[in-house]
Ligand binder design. Structure first.
Ligand SMILES: [Zn+2]
Ligand SMILES: [Zn+2]
Length: 311
């Protein structure tokens, strides 16, 4: 089962190929992958040549990011890079002038509103995806993204119960913009339907970002933080990485070294034409636990060879 809708329109094909070819403009040759329709799982990513174990297949910039609530003041607003606070600035929000420049228009919208009630709601309910919906709404209001920015992503199916649970978040999001004097004309997209549609897509396409890079001290504090179960610097949504189908014994994994730029690396030798797959969940879980999480969280039953072998 792909995270991507299987029917795709012509303009989407164009954007798929441009997504592959423009991941890294400085690179002379495009990455050794193609996106095709698979027999059973909708879209999938395939190797166009042999790829050696450990090789970097491609990188991907996020479409959308948001720090964890616990890292709001310690990671970059835009790229989620850890920021070491210095004595002169306690609330340094950007790691670089580039990040500041790239997010300026929607940061201006976001910083005009008071998010305390919305953040309290997310914190008390243990929710992280509404934060990405909030960031996307700020991007749309500022003109940095179109209202259908994430429509190409496959949506999860939502129960009526889930939709009614979203009402509170939607109400708080909307009121924050109203109180910040965002004009009605700028919020015409902001309906309950838009909010539910965006969250249903974010839910199965967002990646939890844990940085592998950093100093020894960072690693130690990560180890300490993991006891408190929150070591993620934030969450992000990507285009190309969302093309990858799932396998409980994947041949590709995603790593984040210093910020939310994703690096997709081969875990073992891959032959030309082979499908590239990542694991959406914790690979160390038992078969039953994996089946439950994949079915409830992603809406499909996994028939990968590992699951079929009962392992
Ligand atoms: Zn940054
Ligand atoms: Zn499986």
């Amino acid at each position: 089962m792909s995270r991507w809708i299987s029917r795709f329109r012509k303009n989407q094909v164009v954007s798929l190929s441009s997504a592959i070819h423009h991941q890294k403009p400085s690179q002379a040759s495009p990455p050794p992958i193609r996106v095709s329709i698979t027999e059973s799982a909708g879209r999938g990513v395939f190797a166009t040549r042999r790829i050696g174990a450990g090789q970097l297949i491609h990188t991907a910039k996020p479409l959308l990011t948001h720090p964890s609530l616990s890292t709001l003041n310690t990671v970059c607003y835009f790229c989620l890079r850890n920021i070491t606070p210095n004595n002169t600035s306690h609330h340094l929000l950007f790691c670089s002038e580039d990040c500041k420049h790239n997010s300026k228009v929607f940061y201006d919208v976001e910083s005009r509103a008071d998010w305390s009630a919305f953040h309290d709601y997310c914190r008390s309910q243990g929710l992280k995806y509404p934060l990405l919906a909030k960031r996307l709404a700020c991007m749309i209001i500022s003109g940095a993204a179109s209202a259908d920015f994430v429509d190409i992503l496959q949506p999860a199916s939502l129960s009526n119960e889930m939709i009614s649970q979203m009402e509170e978040g939607f109400g708080l999001l909307r009121i924050a913009f109203v109180k910040a004097d965002i004009m009605d004309e700028q919020m015409t997209f902001l309906s309950k339907q838009w909010y539910a549609s965006v969250l249903s897509r974010i839910r199965i396409n967002a990646f939890r970002i844990e940085l592998a890079g950093g100093s020894y001290e960072d690693l130690l504090s990560m180890a300490a933080a993991s006891i408190e179960a929150e070591i993620a610097v934030g969450n992000a949504v990507y285009m190309l990485p969302s093309f990858y189908n799932h396998d409980c014994d994947p041949n590709v994994h995603i790593v984040w070294i210093e910020n939310a730029d994703a690096r997709l690396k081969a875990l073992r030798d891959v032959e030309e034409g082979e499908e590239l797959r990542i694991c959406y969940i914790d690979v160390s879980m038992s078969r039953d636990a994996r089946q439950t999480v994949l079915s409830q969280g992603f809406g499909f039953q996994c028939n990968c060879s590992r699951c079929l072998s009962g392992e």
